[in-house]
Design a protein around this ligand. Sequence first.
Ligand code: HEM
Length: 517
Amino acid sequence: TAVLRKLYLQAAMAQQDQDVIMYYRNGLLLAAALLVPLLLLVRLRRPRGENLPPGPWRLPVIGSLHHLVGRLPHRFMRDLARRYDAPLILLRLGELDVVVASSADAAREVLKTQDAVFATRMQTPTIRALTVDGAGIALAPHGEHWRQARKLGVTELLGARPVQSLRGSREAGVAALVASIASASAASGPVNVSSLLSTYIIDVAVRALVGDRIGGDLRGEFLERLGEGVRLATGFGLADLFPSSRLVRAFSGSLGRLEALGRETSRVMDRIIDKHQHAGDEEKDFVDVMLRIQKNDGSLRAGTIRAMITDLFGAASDTSATTLEWAMAELMGSPAALRRAQAEVRSALAGESRVREEALPDLHYLRLVLKETLRLHPAAPLLLPRECPESRHVLGYTVPKGAMVLVNAWAIGRDAATWGADAEEFRPERFEEEAALDFKGTNFKFVPFGAGRRMCPGIAFGLVVVELALASFLFHFDWELPAGGLHMEEQLGVTARRKGDLWLHATVRVPVPALAL
Ligand code: HEM
């Protein structure tokens, strides 16, 4: 009986194993039976000929969002493009499709070949909240308003003539900058270069846009509101990633804050405009110009005037300050380049007491330093987001309708396939070999100002402000790193700023002229 019982138990266990196997097999067959039609349905629902760009695996609801946590978006997107060896990649961030052009060829397609299609800006809930009062240039959708606003900006502020006429404000700004460095360096400790550069850029932008007649308190309020606006506007808010969700909208505090901030900024701007209206007819800044145009042609709305100021301030300030900060950091990391740039400036301005703007075109090496800085550190590493208004084919891939389209200018500038094995190194001399490469976005391996119809219209304005400061730094001071050396880490944000402030020792070599009070 014992043997029979054992045999029976073995048979029962084998039967049980069989049952388990059958159970799983049936389960799998059932799942397959349900899944295959489902997958076929999904494939059938995808339009014929659609070939989406590759992208990382996704989770339900959040899509690929988790991959981005703690990572710098432009770096992560470059790594993905390398991993898939693809010129375009696709990320699903919440409800949003984000297509990233990551090679010079892909950039040419988006910014030139299909420029007219991709010329509109993504109207996210954040952007709609920011522009509820009116739109300026940078965030406006492609259309008649954008065309008129851009024309106004270029003719009256950013073109060669207005840039030249703002020379006085730049000279005053740079004189204050070098005087601050000289007095800070007298204390023998390191100088906070980042903070002084930001003050200089803000000073020049404020003088050009709203002038210096508004008084310190109003100026302070204006800068506080604009600073907060730029902070809130940059980055992906939850409401932008889940635009259809009322729940997310209700719980996301940033949209409410943006709307409140918009109202506060409008009130501050109205006080600034009021001061201008009572200051006489002489045109000294961009607000004066816009008020004159409004008087002659009633079509310029007050909301548009306010939006133009905030928009231009936002576009000009962080970008120029970031570029200057990186240029100084890279020069400090490349003593040979620093020596060459310094020798050039001091020889071109020998016998002078300060840097004159007319001397800037003679500073060829300084221009190479700037190009190399912008190649490695384009201030807006993903340019400004565009929107794909209809499903389009780009280099054999389908860009879905409604997708946000980014161009990874940062990855393109460091692509070893086009820049060579030393692409990650700071070597301004490479632009001697590539003399035809300019800032105008005609060669898509170098697009720090974008290209096509939405290209930065502030290049002339930005370059002269940056070059003047950099030349003055090199002319008046010798620079040394403090103990602890130098890092080149970036911080998270829409502009690729350096992480932490740049502190350097400055020693006066050419005396700084006393400030005219
Ligand atoms: C070194 C300094 C600067 C850099 C690196 C820079 C870079 C850029 C970039 C990458 C874009 C987006 C282009 C695109 O989407 O294709 C842009 C747009 C823009 N920039 Fe600049 N910029 C700088 C300085 C300035 C200055 C000084 C101003 C004005 C005073 C300005 C005004 C604008 C405006 C209005 C736009 C929007 C253009 C449009 O959407 O039509 N930028 N800039």
